[in-house]
Design a protein around this ligand. Structure first.
Ligand code: PEP
Length: 225
C-alpha cells in the first residue's frame, strides 16, 4: 500500500471560534480511526496557527500543521509579511505558489523560488502548487501539488487518468517523489485519484472546511479499493 499525503487548505476561512468548533467535530472520529501510511496536513490561516498548535499538542491529534504562504524575505522591514522564521514556531509545512496567490497577488516563478529558499532555510517543508507539468519546480520542494486552475473551487475535476499522466511527468522533470492532485476533490471522487499509480494524495480546499466531509475524504482515500 502506498503512502498517502492528504492536505487541507482552509484559505481565508474561519475565525478562532469556528476553528474550535471544527476541531471538536474532527477530533473524535480521527482519533478513533487507524491511519495507515497516511499523513494529514492542515493548512490554516496565520491567525489560527497558534491555537491549532496548542490543540494538536494537547489532544494528540494525528495531523501536521501548515501555513498557506510565506514571505520571500527574511525577518525585517517588510510590512504585512510573515517570515519563514515566524511560521516555523508553529507549523512544519507551508503551501507555496497556490494559483490564487499567482492570480490575485501577481506571484511569479521568480518570487516563488525565493519563498521556497527562505522556507527551506528555516526548516519548513514545502507544498509547491503548479497548474500544469510545464511549470518549473524550484529545487528543495518536498511535495508538488498539481492543480489545474479551472478545477479549483469549481466542482469540475481533471480526469484521474490525465491527472496521473501530469503527475508522472512532474515527477520525472522535478525529481520530487511526492506529487498530489488538487481541484474539487471530494469524498465521492477521491478514490479514483488515489487509485492512480502516480498520484500520492490530494490537496482539498472546500472539502476540508467541514470536519465530517474532511474525515470522510480521509477514510475513503486511505481505504484500499
Ligand atoms: C485548493 O484550495 O487548492 C483547492 C484545490 O480547492 P478546492 O478543493 O476547493 O477546489
Amino acid at each position: 500500500m502506498k503512502s498517502l499525503f492528504i492536505a487541507g487548505n482552509w484559505k481565508s476561512n474561519k475565525t478562532i471560534t469556528e476553528a474550535m468548533e471544527w476541531l471538536r467535530n474532527f477530533q473524535f472520529p480521527i482519533s478513533n480511526f487507524q491511519l495507515k501510511n497516511t499523513s494529514i496536513i492542515l493548512c490554516v490561516p496565520f491567525t489560527l496557527l497558534q491555537i491549532f498548535k496548542e490543540q494538536i499538542k494537547e489532544s494528540g491529534l494525528p495531523i501536521a500543521l501548515g501555513a498557506q504562504d510565506v514571505s520571500p524575505f527574511p525577518e525585517g522591514a517588510y510590512t504585512g509579511e510573515v517570515s519563514a522564521r515566524q511560521i516555523q514556531e508553529f507549523a512544519d509545512w507551508v503551501i507555496i505558489g497556490h494559483s490564487e496567490r499567482r492570480k490575485y497577488f501577481g506571484e511569479t516563478d521568480t518570487l516563488l523560488k525565493e519563498k521556497v529558499l527562505h522556507a527551506k532555510e528555516m526548516g519548513l517543508k514545502t507544498i509547491y502548487c503548479v497548474p500544469d507539468e510545464t511549470t518549473i519546480v524550484p529545487a528543495g520542494v518536498d511535495v508538488v501539488a498539481y492543480e489545474p486552475v479551472w478545477a479549483i473551487g469549481t466542482g469540475k475535476t481533471d480526469t484521474p487518468q490525465h491527472a496521473s499522466h501530469v503527475t508522472s511527468v512532474i515527477k520525472q522533470k522535478s525529481s520530487v517523489a511526492t506529487v498530489i492532485y488538487g481541484g474539487s476533490v471530494t469524498p465521492d471522487n477521491v478514490a479514483a485519484f488515489i487509485a492512480q499509480p502516480f498520484i500520492d494524495g490530494v490537496l482539498a480546499g472546500g472539502a476540508s472546511l467541514d470536519p465530517q466531509t474532511f474525515f470522510k475524504l480521509i477514510v475513503v482515500a486511505s481505504s484500499p479499493s
